[in-house]
Design a protein. Structure first.
Length: 93
């Protein structure tokens, strides 16, 4: 099924400046792998060497953090959007 992967500005350089990619995938991991097949080098910025979501990367499906769903195995429906969002850290001392 066709889904949209939204990318933050930091990753757009890897995909020719696009903010969104349309891929065929049944789950979140499949969407990331499909996006990487189109633009090699993208997945390693999202997934670590063990294939897990990197610590400072958040992924949302329908405004829900996948860490509170089924993680990378979260199923997708046709037309859904997967949003990759860098975690924001910092603050005042």
């Amino acid at each position: 099924m066709s889904v949209t992967v939204r990318l933050p500005s930091q990753l757009r350089v890897l995909v020719g400046g696009s903010s969104e990619l349309v891929v065929e995938a049944a789950d979140v991991r499949g969407a990331i792998v499909a996006a990487d097949a189109l633009h090699p080098g993208l997945a390693p910025r999202i997934l670590d060497d063990e294939g897990k979501l990197r610590r400072f990367v958040n992924v949302f499906v329908a405004d829900e953090d996948i860490r509170f769903l089924q993680g990378l195995d979260t199923p997708l429906s046709s037309g859904e959007t997967v949003s990759v969002v860098p975690a924001v850290a910092g603050g005042c001392h």
